[in-house]
Design a protein around this ligand. Structure first.
Ligand code: HEC
Length: 115
């Protein structure tokens, strides 16, 4: 009962935000080149203190970037990075990283085992 109410609310939310999420992941590619230095070209972080972005929820990624940009979430490097992003960039980047596979084939959590 509660669950179906929550599911209905969630799908309503998704429906309402659908126009906003008409993102174009391909358009994010050139922007993402700046992110790769830390988050990796495949969304698996190359810095030990940077999070993996591959396969992360799209809504979460977009929110994180907006929060860095607005100052609601603070981090020296990410605040600087997010300041240069438009709303469209944020949507596109969120969609881009969301569509990347986590960690790669049979690698468990990936990154650390690659080397
Ligand atoms: C200089 C290194 C660096 C660059 C460049 C960089 N990031 Fe980050 N990013 C980080 C670090 C470190 C964190 C963790 C920050 C924290 O603790 O809040 C982070 C956090 C994030 C998060 C939050 C992830 C989570 O799990 O909450 C997102 C989303 C993100 N970065 C996206 C991007 C995007 C998109 C770009 C390119 C426009 C980018 N980053 C460029 C270092 C970087």
């Amino acid at each position: 009962m509660m669950a179906s109410v929550a599911a209905a609310a969630a799908s309503l939310l998704l429906a309402l935000s659908a126009p906003v999420l008409a993102a174009d992941p391909a358009a994010a590619k050139s922007k993402a080149a700046q992110c790769a230095a830390c988050h990796g070209a495949d969304g698996i972080a190359v810095l030990p203190d940077a999070p993996n972005l591959a396969g992360q929820n799209e809504v979460y990624l977009a929110k994180a970037l907006r929060d860095y940009r607005s100052g609601a979430r603070k981090h020296e490097q990410m605040t600087v990075m997010a300041k240069g992003l438009s709303d469209k960039d944020i949507e596109n980047l969120a969609a881009y990283y969301n569509r990347m596979p986590h960690g790669g084939e049979g690698s468990g959590d990936g990154a650390s085992k690659k080397k």
